[in-house]
Ligand binder design. Structure first.
Ligand code: PEP
Ligand code: MN
Length: 328
């Protein structure tokens, strides 16, 4: 809420009155014409702006209708170095769960490029439930990923796990990924926003759509060049699939909020035989594309083997995408 004061107002007394209403003043700004504006935040209880208007010394109040104005203004498209992400031209982001070696990522990137994939994913820093599981090769993997993508003319999407890694990841990647487990790691969101790059924001496995949009607002308000939302399934009650793919949320983001949204059927199901049918369902729901994990020897994968498709099998997905309007 922005509160503008009248010329004769006493700032401290207005602040005191606002505090009494449960509001706090984040900053005091003076316009060139001499007007004083208070940037006001509110505690968890909503305060009616008309109560603020009645405070002595207040001349006007502007309260944004939405808590995520930058997300609302984002639009349905995001450009990544000349590749448009939009439901009108759906994309495939693909690659292994983790970058396991230089040879592996070069081999897989080559196979993906052959079937027309333009956006290469792969984890250099892996968020693993167990501290004993493979954690990724870190910086070395970033360099391998970049080189493999460059050789095949692809763009790089990779996850940032910590604030300390934002700089090297931003140096090597075209799109910074925020993983499900970090969707509400607010300091990380701010640091990633400050890198001023496009961000792929995965939905937390237990986040409401509003929380997801507000995480996007964090990124955009700190400078992100754009956000593509990625639905990867929320926690369900049934272990038959790894997660519960929320296609309703995909349709909501695409058709109502008019935002670019991808679907990750790999993490949503944890089962390779379900990836293709759900990729098709994602496009029908309005997704701007899919993120699909591949591996050329899934039995030996260091993470997420059971959900990995063979890189060659993406040709079928690419063909489906081109029928939908995109050929990428
Ligand atoms: C990933 O895409 O590599 C990943 C770890 O996914 P999520 O954050 O959705 O679990
Ligand atoms: Mn994975």
């Amino acid at each position: 809420m922005i509160v503008t004061l009248s010329r004769e107002a006493d700032v401290d007394s207005v602040k005191g009155e606002l505090a009494g209403l449960g509001l706090w003043v984040g900053s005091v700004e003076r316009s060139r014409s001499g007007d004083i504006h208070l940037v006001v935040g509110q505690a968890s209880t909503h305060v009616d702006p008309s109560l603020v208007e009645r405070v002595a010394g207040v001349s006007s109040v502007s309260a944004p209708a939405s808590s995520h104005p930058r997300v609302d203004a984002h639009g349905p498209r995001l450009d990544i170095g000349g590749i448009a992400i939009s439901p009108a031209s759906p994309v495939v982001v693909s690659g292994p769960c983790a970058v396991e070696s230089e040879e592996q990522i070069f081999r897989i990137a080559g196979k993906l490029a052959e079937v027309g994939v333009k956006l290469l994913r792969g984890g250099a820093y892996k968020p693993r439930t167990s501290p004993y599981a493979f954690q990724g090769h870190g910086r070395s993997a970033l360099a391998w990923l970049r080189a493999a993508a460059d050789r095949s003319g692809m763009k790089v999407v990779t996850e940032v796990l910590s604030e300390a890694d934002v700089e090297p990841v931003a140096e090597h990647a075209d799109v910074l990924q925020i993983g499900s487990r970090n969707m509400q790691a607010f300091s990380l969101l701010k640091a990633v926003g400050r890198a001023k790059k496009p961000v792929l924001l995965k939905r937390s496995m237990a986040a409401t759509v509003e929380e997801w949009l507000l995480a996007g607002e964090y990124l955009l308000s700190h400078g992100a060049a754009g956000v593509v939302f990625c639905e990867r399934g929320v926690r369900g009650f049934d272990p038959s699939t790894r997660n519960l793919l929320d296609l309703g949320a995909v349709a909501l983001l695409s058709h109502v909020y008019r935002l670019p949204v991808l679907v990750d059927p790999s993490h949503a199901t944890g089962r390779r035989e379900l990836v293709m049918p759900l990729a098709r369902a994602a496009l029908a729901a309005g997704a701007a594309g899919v993120m699909v994990e591949v591996h050329d020897d899934p039995a030996k994968a260091k993470s997420d083997g059971p959900q990995a498709l063979a890189p060659e099998s993406l040709a079928e997905l690419m063909a489906h995408m081109s029928q939908k309007g995109g050929a990428r």
